[in-house]
Design a binder for this molecule. Sequence first.
Ligand code: OGA
Ligand code: MN
Length: 288
Amino acid sequence: MRPIEIERLGGVVGAAVHGVDLSKPLDDAAFAAILEAWHKHSLLVFHDQRLEPEDHIGFARRFGEIENHVLKANLMPSHPEILLSSNKKKADGKRVGRAYNGEYWHSDGAYLPTPSRASLLYGIEIPIGYGDTMFASTHAAYETLSQPYKDLLNGLTCAHEFHQTYRTNKDRLAEFKVSAEENEYTSSPVTVHPATHTHPETGRRALFVDPSFATGFLELESSESDTLLAFLRDHLTCPAFTYRHRWQPNDLLLWDNRSLVHAAVVDYDDSMPRYLHRVTVKGDPPQR
Ligand code: OGA
Ligand code: MN
């Protein structure tokens, strides 16, 4: 096998990994090289992978315990570790999976007591040139704040809730409501996280305020909280902190939800089929 090569993609996040076939068992040295690159770049892209669900799940397991998504109706029946993300429809008119998933800036599982460590998204059918995914570094967002803002945020905790996206995106509210009921995810527990955290593996600090799931800061008056959230949503997605991935079929993306927020670019529609598989690895509660 060729040695593993890492090619940087974005200014602050993203690298392509060459010379790896994820359908074959990875030896410890190859895995260590991948882990090191992942810690450095937060998002890794593996092109031209041919992955059966078992291969995809098997690689994800190297990063920890798999966490099945809360939207049960969108899980692959034979492999519930896989969340189906697709705008395609079955013969009965129902969607094959969750359509237009991740349309707003977010990090996976930020609404859970244990936000997701890693997400592994495998593109199977891609509308070429459309449906890019954007990533933004939450480390860069933290590091570029002034010291008084860092000090303020280091003293705050922030509430997060899955259903917040249903409330704030009125165009999709009806669809989301149906989807929530179909998925039996009608309750929406509130989870409180520190507003900043230290990455448990790299020691680097980052913001932990999710642009979609955060509802407010517990220590602030509501008008202060709303203003600070609005500023942070804007700041977290500053163009200088981003990388935009243009998908090719058979790309596998591996990203770190402790270091990034991401968003699907929905510039395609039902006439352009898109079909992906996602496996998510459980993380730890964020710690200051
Ligand atoms: C996800 C997600 C974005 C996309 O799968 O977690 O946000 O572009 N996907 O499909
Ligand atoms: Mn996502």
